[in-house]
Design a protein. Sequence first.
Length: 319
Amino acid sequence: MALIELDDVRRSFTVRTRAGRFRRARREVHAVDGLSFTVGAGECVGYIGPNGAGKSTTVKMLTGILVPSSGRLRVAGVDPARDRTALARRIGVVFGQRTTLWWDLPLRDSYELARRIHRIPDARYRANLDRCVDLLDLGALLDTPVRQLSLGQRMRGDLAAALLHDPEVLYLDEPTIGLDVVSKAKVRAFLKEAHRNHGTTVLLTTHDLVDIEQLCDRVMVIDHGRLVHDGDLDGLHAAGDSERTLVVDLAEARPPILVPGARTVRVDGPRQWLAFPARESAAPIVAAVAARYPLADLSVREPAIEDVIARMYAGAVIG
Ligand SMILES: Nc1ncnc2c1ncn2[C@@H]1O[C@H](COP(=O)(O)OP(=O)(O)OP(=O)(O)O)[C@@H](O)[C@H]1O
Ligand SMILES: [Mg+2]
């Protein structure tokens, strides 16, 4: 069953630009320019693309905040712009750039408001709050006013608020932006749990490919308001011939490492960077390096989304 359906959806904005000293010109920006896709119940889909591609505009239309200029849009059978109230019960939203929490109130009060707005039954509210507090480590923060929370704490608070009413669909617009490694890991683990154990359908916008790799089976790439890729992450890497990087810390400085399947692209003292095709597993390369060199540490770096997309264009594989 399709929970999210878009059929030739468009949204443009009229922006005024200066044209000379006194004249102002009007210009149409086609933020979303003929999008069609469906997302099935229980899917976790990455929604990526460069700055200004139209991702947030899409999420705002799916939430009912923005009305499409044309086209057909349905979320859980509801037309978001027409019936925002009916939709609100069935969706959860997190905008990483903006909080949905009450700035001056403690987290607990924002949750209490959500409970009333969504008329969440007591037992369910308590169970859900307990689960969120536990998984997102919110216990010590419940009585802190939101304005005093750090970015990572606030984001965790926002996630809990979005899920207290057990929404079928969750939109996440850059939920890991600006977070440190530990907070990112917490957010990802929480989302994994929500998706696996509660079957929540997730549409995730991010600039971090690790989010996609850890959470999504499917990734859609949007650029200039159009869908330019829809498939799995491996397919995206294949389309862009993208490379991951194995960062190797040797016990001591050595000449460039030589192992099959990877090439050494940089050496800095005991640290070396090995590039390998992103769709290949790192395991045989790690094993080969470990067998021949004394290792202190290892890590794998994902390519930047922007690089993958740029390479995709360079390969001109877009239909
Ligand atoms: N309210 C608005 N008025 C005018 N133009 C807008 C408005 N909202 C978005 N746009 C324009 O629409 C285009 C798409 O914006 P959108 O916010 O959807 O991009 P995005 O993919 O979310 O980018 P980012 O990765 O930077 O968040 C941009 O060119 C933006 O300037
Ligand atoms: Mg955005």
